[in-house]
Write a new protein. Structure first.
Length: 579
């Protein structure tokens, strides 16, 4: 039985498209707005000139003026950031720029387990006991921190907020608030990650100072944070990530070089998947399990030798993160099994659940069960949780309707974080389930968007090269799922627990396909000798040049082709979070 209930074959994009690419891929480019050679050049080879003017972000003048005044007057500046990859890369970038401009700058990151998310008055108070601070710049947080900002102002500290999360109705009374989503901001692209906002601030500071620091180097750091934060890889984000990835094959930063060398990534072109599944999780592990300072220190290492112990520590923390995640998932699955049926939203809570992995588990469970999912670490008096949603449901809007129950709450339409009193947990579960009780069942259908039907015979070197021009793949620019009908499985071999290598043939063309543990349910369908309709993605392979990555399968002629739906309207069904 297929994994997805519906395979939605994208409709013809219509209109003229004159492109020098493989004919089978022309509709894929056309759906992305690329219809002629000039557009293809801009799409596949963006430059820094492709990016919007940083000065167009509301509040940029005030932010730059306050920062330059702090540098001139030798005021101590503290960068206050989140503990995930977006926050870490934002701190690394802004600190490097401010140092280059002569600033007295330090940083602070709250501890996930003990301090919690966002700008916290108690964390600032700890910093103030050590040194006199006159300017705090938040990165990847602060947009909802009305009271902490007011408290800082009372103590004679100015605050500049840089953030990308959805703004509340009441904004902090900061010296400047940089957030493209802010009401009244005319910046043309609203989907920057936190590090994208910091990249814009950094570029504008350097421009106004006439400093020659390499913007391409900043783009490398911005690419890591943007991909790891699951920001939509469209528009300016896509251009920024493409520019950054092109330079990451040979980074100059010793710590980053050491990490990439340990992962076997140094010296070869990087894909967004390398960041999302390999680099990002190691950087993220520090803030999830221990302190994000370890990841920041890595970028500060003077040479690769000094970076090696930090790299090893990040690998160790990532292994610990995986073990914590596996244990939590087992307990969460037991709760789901005991429900006797799936409600419209899963609200799962447990004592002893690690706060650092609740978001990862929520994402995996939302994907598996096709339900918006909250995973909550329950304490004696407080619960801290994270939510992930499915394409058809705006989780932020649903949680906002229960906003009176939270002590802290924020995020995006499909990813949110929150805290609440433990006594309110049952009320939250009831309110959310009741709120979604009337939603149509079609919202929960597990859909697989398929961008094109092709013959395996058409896959050649040119098609593979043209396919690579669609990268970087990620949120809102999914790696295309393709369909081949009547494929015969000639051989199946398990090469690792839950992983199978298939030898498949369509007509005269024979090639290799791979099934990962995420498609374990397909084992009865992909046994040797069966003929199937195969949904797959094209993946590079260091030995054979490429392979087919199995996404789903059905007995020949029985694929659930219920579409059409526009494939690019549906996020990539693979988990673009830590793996």
């Amino acid at each position: 039985m297929p994994i997805h209930q519906s395979w939605d074959l994208a409709p013809d994009p219509g209109g003229e498209a004159d492109l020098p690419v493989s004919e089978a891929l022309i509709p894929l480019f056309a759906r992305r707005g690329v219809r002629d050679a000039a557009q293809l050049e801009g799409f596949s080879r963006p430059t820094l000139a492709s990016l919007h003017d940083a000065a167009a972000i509301g509040g940029m003048d005030s932010a730059c003026e306050r920062i330059f005044r702090a540098i001139r007057d030798r005021e101590a500046i503290v960068i206050y950031g989140d503990y995930d990859v977006d926050g870490v890369t934002s701190i690394v970038m802004l600190r490097a720029v401010l140092r280059a401009l002569g600033a007295d700058v330090g940083f602070v990151v709250p501890h996930r387990q003990f301090d919690g998310y966002g700008l916290r008055t108690e964390v600032l108070d700890r910093v103030l006991r050590e040194r006199a601070i006159r300017l705090v710049i938040t990165v990847d947080c602060g947009i909802t921190s009305v009271e902490p900002v007011a408290r800082a102002i009372e103590q004679g500290i100015d605050v500049i907020v840089t953030d990308h999360h959805l703004p509340p109705d009441l904004l902090p009374e900061a010296a400047a608030v940089l957030n493209p989503r802010k009401e009244g901001c005319d910046y043309p692209f609203k989907e920057l990650a936190g590090v994208g906002v910091v990249f814009k601030l950094s570029c504008e500071l350097l421009r106004r100072a006439g400093h020659g620091m390499s913007i391409e180097s900043l783009a490398k750091i911005a690419a890591i944070g943007t991909v790891a934060d699951v920001a939509p890889l469209v528009g300016e984000n896509r251009a920024l990530v493409r520019i950054g990835l092109d330079g990451l094959a040979d980074p100059r930063n010793p710590g980053l070089r050491a990490l990439m060398r340990s992962l076997g990534l140094l010296g070869r072109p990087l894909r967004a998947a390398d960041v999302g599944f390999r680099i990002g999780p190691r950087i993220n592990a520090a803030g999830r399990v221990a302190s994000a300072d370890t990841a920041i220190d890595l970028f500060d290492a003077p040479n690769e030798g000094a970076a090696l112990p930090l790299v090893e520590e990040l690998h160790r923390l990532n292994r610990e993160r995986r073990a914590l995640e596996a244990a939590l998932l087992r307990e969460a699955e037991e709760q789901i099994a005991a429900m006797g049926g799936l409600p419209p939203i899963l609200v799962l809570a447990g004592e002893g659940w690690h706060k650092g992995v609740v978001g990862l588990c929520a994402g995996r469970l939302a994907q598996k069960y096709s339900r918006p999912t909250l995973v909550i670490a329950r304490g004696e008096t407080e619960c801290v949780g994270s939510g992930r949603s499915i394409p058809s449901i705006d989780l932020h809007a649903e949680l906002a309707r229960a906003g009176d129950l939270f002590t802290r709450f924020g995020g995006h339409s499909h990813a949110c974080g929150f805290s609440l009193e433990a006594s309110r947990l049952d009320a939250l579960r009831e309110r959310l389930i009741d709120g979604l009780a009337g939603i149509d069942a079609s919202a929960f259908i597990k859909r697989l968007p398929i961008e094109a039907e092709i013959e395996l015979d058409s896959i050649d070197a040119r098609l593979l090269a043209d396919h690579a021009l669609l990268e970087p793949f990620g949120q809102d620019n999914p790696q295309p799922a393709l369909l081949a009908r009547g494929v015969r499985v000639e051989q199946t071999r398990e090469f690792s627990p839950g992983c199978h290598r298939l030898l498949v043939r369509q007509a005269s063309r024979r090639m290799t396909a791979v099934c990962w543990p995420s498609t374990a349910a397909l084992e009865p369908l992909v046994g040797g000798g069966r003929t199937i309709d195969l949904a797959f993605r094209l993946e590079p392979d260091r030995y054979e040049g490429f392979r087919l990555e199995v996404v789903d399968a059905a007995a020949a002629g029985e694929a659930p082709l219920d579409g059409p739906a526009t494939a690019t309207d549906v996020p990539d069904p693979r988990p673009w979070f830590d793996a």
